[in-house]
Design a protein around this ligand. Structure first.
Ligand code: 3PG
Length: 214
């Protein structure tokens, strides 16, 4: 799968909801309940960060949840690409982009949402065929004003800003023409997941799912 085709697929996924919950899961036994709460709340696209031992088993469980699209986040190496694909991930998210990672995703047919912040990083990703990128870390990289500035010379590229995105600043990002969705941990924080607060997570998901209409 070429990067261009991958990028078309990640764009379609990003268009499904205004917020992609970024999830850190310590106990895979909670994964199905968590995914079901988020999907019920209206957020079908989920990113499980590969930062815990439970992450791949969590992806395996969440991939079976009807209506959900689970991806692997914090993907840094080819080995992680192949493991994520094997676990049933339907996409991968990386904080940046390297040729090694891009080629591994191409080989594994795992659509990649690569990270970029500067104009040069965006142009490099475009040269590979990507026009749907993660803007990370969003708030400390200039936030919405920086994305607005990038839209001038690089209007064909769209972003999913992630990192420091909150319910308060998300509407400002989502109002930009080059922002398709935002990624954030606020809907299902590590604490809320550890507490198994499925009702609270579903309620925040429902609010997040309607953010664009505010
Ligand atoms: C992360 O690195 O975990 C994501 O960028 C989410 O960041 P956030 O906790 O600031 O939403």
């Amino acid at each position: 799968m070429t990067p261009k085709t991958q990028s078309e697929q990640t764009r379609k996924l990003c268009e499904l909801a205004p917020v992609v919950p970024v999830l850190v899961i310590e106990d895979a036994a909670q994964a199905a309940d968590l995914a079901e709460s988020l999907v019920r709340g209206g957020l079908p696209v989920l990113e499980v960060t590969l930062r815990t031992e439970a992450a791949l088993d969590a992806i395996r469980a969440m991939a079976k949840v009807e209506g959900g699209h689970v991806g692997a986040g914090t993907v840094l190496t080819p080995e992680q690409v192949y493991r994520a694909k094997d676990a049933g991930a339907s996409f991968a998210v990386a904080p940046g982009a390297t040729e090694t990672l891009i080629r591994a995703c191409e080989d594994a047919s795992l659509p990649l949402l690569p990270g970029a912040v500067t104009a040069s990083e965006v142009m490099q990703a475009m040269e590979y065929g990507y026009d749907m990128l993660k803007f990370f870390p969003a708030e400390t990289s200039g936030g919405a004003p920086a994305l607005k500035a990038l839209a001038g010379p690089l209007p064909a590229v769209s972003f999913c800003p992630t990192g420091g995105v909150t319910p308060e600043n998300a509407p400002g990002y989502l109002a930009l023409p080059n922002v398709v969705c935002v990624g954030s941990s606020w809907v299902a924080s590590g604490q809320a997941v550890a507490d198994a607060d499925w009702a609270g997570i579903e309620s925040r998901a429902r609010t997040a799912a309607h953010l664009r209409q505010q």
